[in-house]
Design a protein around this ligand. Structure first.
Ligand code: F6P
Length: 363
């Protein structure tokens, strides 16, 4: 019987842990199946252009700890709605058949897709067209309802926590207020976890719209206690009560075009004159996705990867690996796509614990 050919791709924004998943899938497939593996470059674009590299023990050596993705990633290339030029005009076309033909031509039997919402929606659509697909979810935002924890989140929380420590010393030295913007889109997980771990005084998350007056109250309360500095952590998608999220950029050819950005600068501006401090803002941005993967995420990613290989072995096509409690499991892509985002519960245990510590949520 011919060797099974397994192709991997990484779509959407990168997340620490992707390389560890690639490593784990490659190693465990090579060790348990009669197979060869390839990796399409730049997500679905590589599938469209038939641009790939071999995934072997040699090409994947030394990648487990590294952030980013050795396969590169793109969050723009939805092949079911692909932007192409026709007679000098850009139009959107369903070019999924090109990808399917490329896989047939290369003898690819299985497609393993590592990605977030958008990437996995296409994975489901390829499964509907008869492709043997396995999905692996990723996002640093940890906002996928279909899995209890995504890799990349712990790394991002560690990076933010470390940077809050750095910002503490300079903020305190100048008696300032520092507003620190973190990622997470419309989910406050990164702000909540890093804010607690990094001893923030105020945590502002999209799930709890804030009142500027309450933030001012907190700064003044600290002043009265002789704590002449305040650290505010804010999720990029947070909103003031009755206000809108601040859009930093629109990536028009992305399936999810809105990029939040600028809320920290807005809060710093709005606080001006309301407190007796100099105010600064700092957006941590893509630093949160860079560098090495945390030890926790390396282990989690290995578990995701090994479980994906297990699903391949058991021929459980059309499924996505997920984590339920502390166990690795799987669910059908049909079920998981379109499920609502997992958001912070304002009445939940962690928010209440933070409040008991004296952290303000601006509510
Ligand atoms: O979803 C992950 C994420 O890092 C968000 O937290 C952030 O809003 C977005 O991606 C940034 O995307 P990009 O890499 O396109 O700027």
């Amino acid at each position: 019987m011919a060797k099974q050919k397994i192709a991997l791709l990484t779509g959407g924004g990168d997340a620490p842990g992707l390389n560890a998943v690639i490593y784990a899938i490659t190693r465990s497939c090579l060790n348990t199946l009669d197979c060869e593996l390839i990796g399409y470059k730049f997500g679905y674009r590589g599938l469209y252009l038939n641009d790939y590299i071999p995934l072997t023990r040699e090409t994947t050596t030394g990648i487990l700890h590294k952030g980013g993705t050795m396969l590169y990633a793109s969050n723009k290339d939805n092949l079911f709605d692909y932007l192409v030029e026709e007679n000098g005009v850009m139009v959107k076309r369903d070019l999924s058949h090109v990808a399917i033909n490329n896989m047939k031509k290369e003898g690819v039997d299985v497609l393993v897709v590592l990605g977030g919402d958008g990437t996995l929606t296409s994975a489901r659509d390829f499964a509907r067209k008869g492709v043997k697909v396995i999905g692996v979810p990723k996002t640093i935002d940890n906002d996928l309802a279909s899995t209890d924890q995504t890799f990349g989140f712990d790394s991002a929380v560690n990076i933010v926590t470390e940077n809050l420590g750095r910002l503490h010393t300079t903020t305190e030295s100048h008696y300032r207020v520092m507003v620190v913007e973190v990622m997470g889109r419309s989910a406050g997980w990164i702000a909540l976890h890093s804010g607690i771990a990094g001893s923030a005084d105020v945590i502002l998350i999209p799930e709890i719209p804030y009142s500027l007056d309450k933030v001012v109250d907190k700064i003044k309360e600290r002043d009265e206690r002789g704590k002449y500095f305040t650290i505010i952590v804010v999720t990029e998608g947070a909103t003031e009560k009755g206000g809108d999220a601040v859009v930093g950029k629109v990536v028009s050819d992305s399936p999810d075009p809105i990029r939040f950005g600028g809320i920290a600068a807005k809060i710093a501006h709005d606080l001006e004159g309301k407190v007796e401090h100099e105010i600064r803002s700092c957006a941590l941005g893509h630093i949160q996705r860079g560098g090495d993967t945390s030890a926790f995420d390396r282990i989690l990613s290995v578990r995701y990867g090994v479980h994906a290989a297990q699903l391949i072995k058991e021929e459980k096509w059309g499924n996505m690996v997920c984590m339920r409690g502390s166990q690795m499991s799987y669910d059908s892509l049909e079920n998981v796509i379109g499920s609502k985002s997992k958001l912070v519960d304002p009445a939940g245990e962690l928010v209440q614990a933070a409040k008991l510590l004296g952290i303000s949520f601006g509510d």
